[in-house]
Structure formats: C-alpha cells, structure tokens
Design a protein around this ligand. Sequence first.
Ligand code: CS2
Length: 499
Amino acid sequence: MNKQLSISTLPLLGSGVHTPQYDLATTECGIVHIGPGAFHRAHQAYYTEKALAYGGDWRIHGVSMRSGTLKKALANQDNLYALCVVDNEPETHVIGAIKTLSTLAEDRDEVIAALASKKTKIVTLTVTEKGYCLNAQGHLDTEHADIKADLVDPDTPISAVGLLVKALKLRKQAGYADITIISCDNVSDNGKKLQKAVTEFATKTDETLGQWIAENIAFPCTMVDSITPATDDSFKAQVSTTLGLDDNWPIQREAFTQWVIEDTFSGPRPQWDKVGVTFTRDVSFFEKAKLRILNGTHSTLAYVGTLFGKETVYQAISTPAIKQLIANLLSEEIVPSLGESSGFDLNQYAQDIVKRYENQHIRHLLSQIAWDGSQKIPFRLLDTIRDNIKAKRSINLLCTGVAAWCLFVNNKAARNETITDPLDTLLTDLAKSVEFEPQALAKKLLALDTMFAELSVNESFKRTVLDKVDKLLAIEKQFAREQDTQERVSLFDVLKGDA
Ligand code: CS2
C-alpha cells in the first residue's frame, strides 16, 4: 500500500522525478486562477512551477466556479500532483505551484479576498469558451442566465465575468490597480473579448468602475497549446507505480507546450520568460494559426472520426482516408486562410501538428474534443469559412466538419445519449422534433443564429453543409459495409466537390 504524495513524502521520491525548487512552506500566492482544470494544471501551472525557481511569491490560488472535486481530491496531498510528459522521452514533475484550492459556492469570502488582495498581481482563466458568456458577435451575452443573475445581484456573482468585476470594484476602492487579467482559453482575441465583457458588465453596474477598468487593467491576449488528455484510472495506477506514492489526480500531456502572451501588463509577473514563455507585442497570428490549424482539425477529427467508429485522435489520424482529408483540409482551405507572416512557416507548423496527433503515447479521446461543439466550432471552423467565402476559396472540407457535427448531434440524440454542450437540451429537442432525420436536423441547426450568426442565412454555406451531410451518410454506410474501404476510399475525392 503506497503512502500519499504530500510535502512530507517528497523525500521518498526517486531522483528521476522533478520536484519543487523553491520553499513550499514560505512561498506565498501571487496568482489567482479561475478554472483549475487539467489543461491549467498541465500548462500554466507547469510554467509557473518552473518560474518559481527564479524567486517571487507566485504560487497559485485555484478557484473552481462550481465543482469541489479537485479541492477534495488534492486536499490530503497538500495540493501537490504529478504532471507526466507522455512522449518518446517521458518526464515526471511534481507540481507544487497550486498552494490553495477553493470552490466559489463554498468559499466565496475566501475567493473574493484572494482576488482583492494586494498580494494578487495576476488572474488567469481557463473557463472554456462557454465561460465568457459571449454572444455570436463576441460581446457579453446579457441574456445569459448567469449574467442576468449577476446584474441583479453583482455582490454574489456566479459567472467568471461577474466575479472579476466584483473583485475589481474592491481593488478600485483600495487603489490596487497593479493586476493583470489573462485569458488562457481557445477563444479568438481572448484578452480583448474578456476585457470587453468585463467592462460592459462593470459599466452596467457602475459607469465609473467600467471606465476605471478600461483605463487601468490590462487583459493581454494569449495563445496556449499543449495536448492534455483526461486522466483515467489506468494512468493513475501507472503514476502510483512510477512515484511509489499515491496521487489522487495526476495529469498527463504531450512534450510539446507553447504559451505566447501579449506583452501588456498592469503589474508584475513571474519570470515566465526564463522558462520558455514568449512575450510579444501582437499575439494574433500565433493565436489564429493555432486555433484554425490545430483546433480546427481537432474538431473535424472528433466528429468525422466518431462517425467512422474511431475513439482516439491517434486512431483517426492513422486511418488513411481520414488523414488525407485532414491533409487536404489544411493545404486547400485552412492554411491559405491565414495569409503570410514573416518567419512563420505555416506548412511546417501544420505538418508538425499532424505529427503530434500521431503520438502513440497519447490516448486523446475524440469524445473529449467533441464537447461543447456549439461553443468551439464558431472559433475553430466558422471564422475560417467566413474568410474563405470572402476570398472565394473552397469551404467544402471546412463544411465537412460542420456537417459531421450535425450528424454527431443527431446520432447522440437518437441513442438518447447526453450531448456535453451548453445547448444540450436545445440540440436534443431539435433532433427529436424532426424524428432524427439528418437533413432536417442539419437545416434546424444551421438556422441557430446564436451559433452561426449571419451564416445562418447564407444559402451557399448551408447548401454546402447539407451536401456534405448527404455525402458523409453515404460513405458511412459504405465504410460500415466494407471495413477495408477506409484504406482505399479517398474521403477527399468524395467531399471536395461543390454542392
Ligand atoms: C482540444 C483542445 O479538447 C479540445 O477541444 O482541441 O483542448 C486541444 O487539445 C488544445 O487546444 C491543444 O493545445
């Protein structure tokens, strides 16, 4: 029976395990992170862990907006956890950067005090696309239930935006403007959109607060990247063996990791620059390239791969017909949408990302990437479609991902399976209303202007998606009949044609 990972059992770890290189007993928090999920613990917490070796009170106070699961899981291990790099050259790091974990519902006063504290100089967020409560135009969705509730009662916020405004109101009263708020989510222009949402919300409650935030608080844009599959029991068991200690919630990720941050701060920061973080004046090209090339192909793999019976990214990209589709989607439609940027070899960047998908050590479930499609697809595929329509380039393969999502929704609903998406009830009801007829459902989904905005009335776009729905259904039946077809048939040849 293993002992539990904790500060007191760290000395039992073998020399091959990287352990905190700063004093866990005396190093205080300087960062509050909202949404300490697997990606935060694999990415920002890793960089901060390494930067802590260069000094400063930069440990993290993690705040879960709803679930108390993480706080409970790490409570008896001093919030330490193992981060395992699963690649050709594996590594194991014990991360101590997270000093405190709170849950907003249970620890509201503690959370507000941490956000308002003079010691806190940075707030980072990974609340996923849906956590920003934005509408299809990228503005604060004042019709969102959480935003409406917070506007009625701004002193007991339940949304991330409302919580930030509450904290900034206290900081304005105390004169603590030296804080930077950093979105670390896959949202285009993430810092700008967060700043707009926060200032719009603040102005509705107190015009001078909105103005103070706009004039004093920096919301830098970022690009974040590292493939971080969910933790499963077999990985947990493997970590216990590796460490010789039990860890209730270890994290795994690929070796590749990248963090690009716009260099506009309204206060101090950890020495992230010393541990590989890139600071730059303009993040937009990095962010657009990653969102479209990686996340756009990820979502396409998730829905097309699931349709053809694949379970993981590796299985999907290892299927010749699907790999060719992704290669053509990149070369014919996504990379051309990005234009040129000096010193940035987009074709090599795209090839490197496909190579990352072929990492046999990573079991990245398509079902995980398929979550929240109504929130992800606008950033990952629809913006690229808009640019290609404007430039009169093909959108056939981009629309294939949208069509595959329509079929994904239909199949989940028909099997009475939960669709992990903020619009789950609406999506399921729409599928039922057309008795799971794919074409009829696709037409109803494409009419959702909260997701498709002006594309919901673009006849050419809708015709193209409906054409891909038909073609995917036909080829799905052929693949089901003849398993080996997946080796021979060129999905690209089937799907490249215009409607
Ligand atoms: C994935 C991302 O789950 C998903 O939607 O596409 O989490 C992806 O793994 C990361 O953005 C990679 O940096």
